[in-house]
Ligand binder design. Structure first.
Ligand code: SF4
Length: 271
């Protein structure tokens, strides 16, 4: 059976686990094996997602599971995204998580953010939890690389208020570097922005996705969706398998000026 969630379309025999480690063929059905399995949770400022134009100054209960469909050499969360943590996660139900979010309202919480690993590999848990979060009058946020089919996105879109979506570059080579698919990401951003608040993040890696031409192409494409989309340009630091020096600040500022020709708001991060 083929998993239809992301571009990899893993062909899974009975009991086999997908490339992302988050999905499995169980009894002839491909499903999230990380459903309700929480590896990390924190009450974070919304700006940390990063979202700067969605309930600024508020807090959000942020949860992560395990698994990811990409292999970014610089992953900052590789301890949970690239490792099978099935046995060590805490298990919660959608009801428990939605109730926890409500309990935290007195601390400034506005809802639940699905983040840290790639949440879309376990989209069923987002869908089931986000419905309940909405019933309580709270908000849901998804922080994702946008590597999921539009059909999968449609499953959660009615219950998601805001996304931060990674755009890891704007050339096939930039996406080859992280083991991803540019076209799938573009379709995801386009559809999500029709119904939800969307901000986009690009981690600028020296020599990989830092040319002015690439930024020009990326920002002008984003502007065709809306010039009001906030673009976060984030500074790379050596992590995981990538050891080259951090992105020079000058590079970030030059790319910010390039993007600002097309977009109203371009924010530098990790600086
Ligand atoms: S979501 Fe996981 S199992 Fe499904 S196609 Fe992508 S990598 Fe494979």
């Amino acid at each position: 059976m083929k998993c239809k969630v992301c571009f990899r379309n893993c062909d899974l025999d009975e009991g086999q686990i997908g490339f992302c480690k988050g999905r499995i063929n169980e009894n002839g059905l491909i499903k999230a094996r990380n459903y309700g399995k929480i590896s990390s949770a924190a009450l974070d400022p919304i700006e940390k997602k990063p979202l700067v134009d969605f309930y600024p100054g508020s807090m959000i209960l942020s949860v992560g599971s395990y698994g990811c469909s990409l292999r970014c050499p610089f992953c900052q969360n590789h301890e949970i995204s690239q490792v099978d943590l099935d046995a060590s996660c805490e298990e919660v139900t959608p009801h428990q998580l939605a109730s926890k979010a409500q309990e935290l309202v007195e601390y400034g919480n506005i809802g639940v953010a699905f983040t840290y690993n790639e949440p879309m590999v376990g989209y069923e848990f987002i869908r089931d939890t986000a419905k309940l979060v909405h019933e309580k009058g709270l908000k849901t946020v998804v922080v994702t690389s946008g590597h999921a089919s539009v059909e999968t996105l449609e499953e959660i879109l009615p219950y998601v208020d805001a996304f931060n979506i990674d755009l890891k570059g704007f050339t096939p080579e930039s996406y080859q570097y992280v083991g991803g698919d540019l076209e799938m990401t573009k379709s995801f951003i386009k559809r999500a922005a029709q119904d939800a608040h969307v901000e986009v993040t690009t981690l600028v890696v020296p020599g990989k996705n830092d040319s002015i031409e690439e930024m020009e192409a990326m920002a002008s494409w984003l502007a065709t969706i809306s010039p009001g989309i906030v673009l976060h340009l984030s500074r790379y630091f050596p992590r995981y398998h990538e050891s080259m020096p951090p992105t020079p600040l000058e590079t970030l500022k030059t790319l910010q000026q390039t993007a600002q020709k097309h977009l109203h708001r371009v924010v530098l991060g990790n600086v």
